[in-house]
Write a protein that binds this ligand. Structure first.
Ligand code: NAP
Length: 313
């Protein structure tokens, strides 16, 4: 048996098209959703992520603004930037690209973002809204996980879901969303005993660990749906061959690029799982699509009176 591959790129495109349509309708009511991205310093990975986010805004006609405080910025300096964005009516979403430089108190900065504009969904108030099932802004990657499951018609109510990883940005919110969808949820972490046994209970297994190919076939119940959130870069040839020997397409790309992306799930899992998200092309594309979704949602929630006639997302 070979798992059905859940195409995250296609699902992300669907969501972006829906968001673009929504933005068009809002324009008729005189509202253009706006996203501010705060990028401190010159971290190359952060610069790539921010470029992708700004490009996605252009594609769906969301206004975007990039703010680039210097690497030497202080906590107070960054708080002033955030407070200014909080006050602006044309800005619906504020995203502070992490990591921030050492001298900055990241928690203080994230706490300063107006929860109504917190499109990353990291503010404790949005965390509380999620856990009490109130309308709010949900972290993009876990929201993307749920979109993949729902749009692939994978039943959740009453099913066993196991989430490996308990980070504030992926594992915990993913578990909460699955619970809100009436799955029976177990959250695992580095201290969990007999992890393969616990994972084998899962009808839906979500891996958000950050360990290349750790989830092997022993962790997977035959026929289970496996969602691979992990994004790990392999550069060592020996490691590459351990996972991808015989995969001509990957070998060719690895030779040319010198690296390849792998999730937390071992490629052999495709032989036992019922459905599986690939890496790349699975959860990854959903993250930016859900950021666009959240920006529009924030605009509708905050400027509701001006777009009252619009449907509720
Ligand atoms: P994180 O903050 O480092 O959390 C990792 C979690 O995995 C922790 O809860 C940790 O347990 C657990 N863990 C680590 N080793 C384990 C082991 N041997 N057995 C069981 N659990 C273990 O990572 P994260 O930010 O959640 O990200 C997880 C992965 O998702 C990374 O590969 C990251 O790159 C990727 N990611 C992808 C996207 C996307 O857009 N696709 C977005 C965000 C993150 P403890 O709590 O006990 O330490």
């Amino acid at each position: 048996m070979s798992a059905t591959i859940l195409d995250g790129t296609k699902i992300a495109q669907e969501i972006r098209a829906e968001v673009a349509r929504e933005v068009k309708t809002m324009a008729a009511a005189g509202v253009r959703p706006g996203l501010a991205v705060v990028l401190v310093g010159h971290n190359p990975a952060s610069e790539i992520y921010v470029r992708g986010k700004v490009k996605a805004c252009e594609e769906v006609s969301v206004y975007s603004e990039k703010l680039t405080p210097a690497d030497s910025v202080t906590t107070d300096g960054l708080l002033a930037v955030i407070n200014d964005l909080n006050r602006r009516d044309d800005i619906d979403g504020i995203l502070v690209q992490l990591p921030l430089p050492r001298q900055v108190d990241s928690k203080k900065v994230l706490l300063a973002v107006d929860p109504a504009k917190d499109v990353d969904g990291f503010h404790p108030m949005n965390v509380g809204f999620l856990s009490t099932q109130r309308p709010g802004l949900v972290p993009c990657t876990p929201a993307g996980v749920i979109e993949i499951l729902k749009r692939s018609n994978i039943p959740l109510a009453g099913r066993e879901a196991v989430v490996v990883g308990r980070s504030d940005i992926v594992g915990k919110p993913a578990a909460m969303l699955l619970l809100n969808a009436n799955a029976t949820v177990t959250v695992c972490h580095s201290k969990t005993h007999d992890l393969p046994v616990v994972c084998r209970r899962a009808d839906i297994l979500v891996a958000a660990i950050g360990r290349a190919g750790m989830i092997t076939r022993d962790y997977v119940k035959p026929g289970a749906t496996v969602i691979d959130v992990g994004m790990n870069t392999l550069t060592a040839a020996a490691e590459f061959h351990r996972f991808f020997a015989g995969n001509a397409k990957r070998e060719d790309a690895f030779r040319k690029k010198g690296s390849t992306l792998i999730g937390d799930v071992h490629p052999e899992v495709a032989e036992v799982a019922g459905a599986l998200t690939p890496v790349p092309g699975g959860v990854g594309p959903l993250t930016i699509a859900m950021l666009m979704f959240n920006t529009v949602k924030a605009a509708k929630m905050r400027r509701g009176n001006r777009v009252a006639e619009l449907s509720h997302t």
